[in-house]
Structures are given as C-alpha cells and as structure tokens.
Design a protein around this ligand. Sequence first.
Ligand SMILES: [Zn+2]
Length: 301
Amino acid sequence: MKQTSFTPFTIILLTLLILSLLVSLGLVLYRYRSTTVLLEYARQQISAQALTIRTLEQDLLQAKENINALMGALTEEQHRMFVFDEQIKAITGVVGTLDKLSKTDPELLKKYSKVYFLNENYAPATLAALDAAYLYPEDTPEYIHSQALPFLRDLLQSAHGNGVELRIISAYRSFDEQISIKSGYKFIYGAGTANQFSADQGYSEHQLGTTIDFTTPETGTLSSGFKKTPAYTWLLDHAHEYGFVLSYPEKNTYYTFEPWHWRFVGVALAIELHAKNIHFYDMDQRDIDAYLISIFDPNKN
Ligand SMILES: [Zn+2]
C-alpha cells in the first residue's frame, strides 16, 4: 500500500500557505467590518442631516404661516383704518354742511306774502356800504348784505363792460325806514301793523338786505318805464349769472310788476330758475330751501 507522504518541507510550506490564507481572510474580515462600521456611521450622519433638514423645513413653513397670518392681520387693520377714515370724512362732511347751514340765514330764501313777512326786529347779519359811483343819487348811502356785495359788484361791472349803466336807488331798508317811506307815500293803512305792511310785499325783501331797486342815470326814478330800457333787458339776460332774480315779473299772479326790484337768491338757484323759465315765487318753498346751503357759493361756470 502506497502511502502519500509529506516531506517536512511540504508540511512547512502547506502550513505557511494555510497561515497566509488565514491572515488574508482575517484582513478581509477586518476590512469588511471596518467598512460596515464606517457605512453605518455615514448612514447615521445622513439620517441626522435629513432630520435637521426636515426640522428646518417645518420651521420655514411655520415662519411662512406666521408671515401670512401677520399680513392678513395687517390687511384687516388697514381696511379697518380705511373704513374709519371714510367714516371720519363722512362725519366731517356732515358737520361741515350742518355748520354752514346753521350759519346761513334761512330768511334769505323765504317767500314773502301778504300774510308772511319779516319781523320788525329782523336785521341782516352784516351790511356793507355800496360804492357811491353806483348810487342814484350818489349822496344817499345805501347798504347791502355784505355777502351779497361781491355778486352785485360783479353784476354792475359786467353790465358796465357791456355798455349798460345801472344805478341803485334803494337796497337795504330797515323796518323803521319802511314806515317813513310809507308815510311819505301816504298809503292808506288798514288796522294793525301787519295789515300796514301787507300793502308792500316787496318790503320784506328789502329788509333782508339782499334786494336792489335798479334804475339808470337817464330814468332816475322807480318807474315802469324801466322795463323799456336796455338795462332791464340786460338784467333779464344776465342777472341770474350773478345770483339775482326779478321778484315780481310782468303778468305775475301774486304782486304788481316791479321791473326795478331784483333779489339775490344765489347763483345756483338763479341759474336754475332762468333755465326752467320759472319765477322764484312760483317755486315750492321746500325746493327753494335746498339751495340755502349754496346761496353764497360763487358761480362755478
Ligand atoms: Zn324794491
């Protein structure tokens, strides 16, 4: 029987071979182990980073939501401020209108009649002297409601510019002056003060201080002849532009025709009356009253 025999050299060689294989295997295992550990470490790091990113994303989202909420609150607050501001403006407007109205004499646009006329104690708030150059006669001072004066001045200057000379015979008349005028004219009075003054419907309008009796240098008096003058025609065409209207026009049904007697009612109302070709005394008092607030407003045209 033949037996395989190993020489000592072979045994040593084999042993070395086996040892070297074992060492190599050990090294491979060691490397593998190390790599696994490193990979695990890296995986943990990545996982930690991912967590941090998620947290940051959530924080960012929360911050965005907070900003949106703040913007919403800001918009809401701005809207509230706007509404509040509008309310303040509206209230200020109403207060301004009421204040203006409370300072405007309601008598200035009242219709006077045989039963409704001004009280003897009534006087305009302020009076201003008329320019002597426009008076007839020049040495008799006349007064007008100071707020109506600029309108009358414009009217007189405009007429003059159109070659029309207007003069003023009478403007403001106090209650007492009216009594003396009446006495001078020897009017026949009825019983009692009210009846005495009902004889002149135009009287109250002169007591307002906003009414003018016009004449021309040629005419010189209050007469129906004034209606034939170019001055009267000019007034019919232009007086409304300055807020003046003819109180008692020809063929009116409430008082005798007075071509010389013109009353200031404000530009807006005068233009409205002229445009509709109706007269002040034909208009409803409630409709007239709507113009009181703007009576002294300048002509916007
Ligand atoms: Zn008059």
